[in-house]
Ligand binder design. Structure first.
Ligand code: UDX
Length: 434
């Protein structure tokens, strides 16, 4: 078991720190934000993620993980240092690497003996070279360190499962010494582990996320076509997805992808490819199609309601996907904004994301937050479903019908079989189906 330092207690950093600790390693996690540090040290998680709060408390209790704001303490502690700081989007779509640069500079001022520094944050290809150069430059002498890439593929809502049982582990490392450290860290994992050079590993992450985003955008376009020609997207997705070369997952049509990764990563990938002279029109179209989709979904609702002004619309689901309170780049934001612009009155419900949403859309005469899915439907002219939370899939249909003013459902996530819902006496509109 190793001594591991994790830099950054954001989503990726915290999950990484806690899971490595739970696997038996000794982990120090560095967090600069005092209030976050304070909460984490007391075992309080700063975001919603199933399974993680319990694991945090357990490993704080056993002393396997602890939190600090001191980089020098972290650098002195870990044989391996995972960089898990944010790489947000800049105005031009490229990745803002200032947190990576800052961490590299801080490491430079504390490092005295060999450390394996590992990028886990999603970074553009060849960032490892810059990290290494920055450390050497700011240390002012030849520092015995190595920079490797070990990208994360965690999905929000299932991060614990994804960490403990990944499809694959990608490791870009140059020396035998670095490789041996990774072999120890990942010795209990039975999935394929691919060892390569750091640039290739960095590229795998952007290539994976961009492909997934493209796959969803592709099926969404087919869904649009299905609606026009009267075909059924569920069957098309099955028919296409059973081909092992394609696969069925990430072929669920809907209101488009969102979240903190896909948009940011696709844009950064386009930018870095352009920088190296490769024009990624395919991904530009993926982005365009995805963001237009939110508007076209609003047009669909308005077409169904005819006149939007003063209509009461119930909305189920605000998070960008189920099992998270994350609303970053959630389609719900633009859909709510557009519906409000056009005069609708909204009754919103989400099992965990309402507090975050309230910051963007405070309670007002047009925006109401309700504590229960049926309450949200009380007196509404239609129910719009934006996130496929499990609890939206089991419905007391007579109760729902009684709550709504009109039995109309616009389902952006295809939760139900159309004939069934219609059998319950509802007008039902979904995506890519008759
Ligand atoms: C993604 C990647 O899956 C993960 O590997 C990476 O580390 C981080 O980015 P995440 O953003 O948590 O994970 O969610 P994901 O499950 O990939 O879903 C992203 C978006 O795509 C969501 O808005 C989801 O609703 C949408 N989606 C997903 C679809 O619209 N259809 C699908 O079939 C699958």
């Amino acid at each position: 078991m190793k001594k591991i330092t994790v830099v950054g207690a954001g989503y990726v950093g915290l999950v990484t720190a806690i899971c490595f600790a739970d696997l038996g390693n000794d982990v120090v996690c560095i967090e600069k934000d005092d209030s976050k540090l304070n909460q984490l040290s007391r075992g309080i998680l700063t975001f919603y993620e199933p399974g993680i709060p319990e694991l945090l408390q357990k490993n704080l209790g056993t002393g396997k993980v602890r939190f600090t704001n001191s980089m020098s303490e972290g650098v002195a502690f870990g044989d391996v240092i995972f960089l898990c700081v944010g790489t947000p989007e800049r105005g031009d779509g490229s990745a803002d690497l200032s947190q990576i640069e800052n961490a590299s500079r801080e490491i430079a001022s504390s490092i005295t003996s060999y450390r394996l520094i590992v990028e886990k944050s999603t970074v553009p290809v060849n960032t490892h070279q810059r990290v290494k150069r920055t450390i050497q430059r700011y240390a002012g002498h030849d520092v015995p360190c190595e920079v490797a890439s070990n990208p994360e593929f965690l999905r929000e809502g299932s991060a614990l499962e994804d960490f403990m049982h990944p499809d694959r582990i990608i490791i870009g490392v140059e020396s035998q010494r670095g490789k041996a450290l990774f072999q120890e860290i990942y010795q209990d994992f039975s999935c394929p582990i691919i060892y390569t050079d750091p640039a290739t590993a960095e590229l795998v992450k952007h290539a994976s996320n961009s492909f997934l985003a493209m796959k969803i955008s592709y099926i969404n376009m087919i869904a649009d076509l299905c609606e026009k020609v009267g075909a059924d997207i569920s069957i098309v997705a099955d028919g296409v997805g059973f081909d092992k070369r394609i696969g069925r997952s990430f072929l669920n049509p809907g209101i488009g992808w969102g979240g903190s990764c896909f948009g940011k990563d696709v844009k950064a990938f386009i930018e870095i490819a352009e920088e190296y002279g490769v024009h990624f029109g395919l991904l530009q179209e993926t982005l365009k199609q995805n963001y237009e989709r939110r508007k076209s979904f609003v047009r669909k609702i308005e077409d169904i309601l005819w006149v939007n002004n003063d209509k009461v619309i119930a909305i189920w689901g605000l998070s960008f996907k189920p099992d998270t309170d994350d609303i970053r780049d959630a389609p719900s934001i633009e859909i709510v904004r557009e519906l409000l612009k056009n005069g609708a009155q909204l009754q919103l419900f989400d099992p965990v994301a309402m507090d975050n949403f309230r910051i963007l859309f405070p309670e007002s005469d047009k925006v109401h937050y309700l504590g229960d899915k049926y309450d949200a439907c009380q007196g509404a002219d239609t129910l719009v479903i934006l996130t496929e939370w499990k609890e939206f899939q089991s419905i007391d249909w007579p109760r729902l019908k009684k709550s709504l003013n009109l039995p109309v459902i616009v389902d952006g996530r295809n939760l139900f079989k159309p004939e069934y819902v219609r059998g319950e006496g509802f007008e039902y509109y979904s995506v890519g189906r008759k």
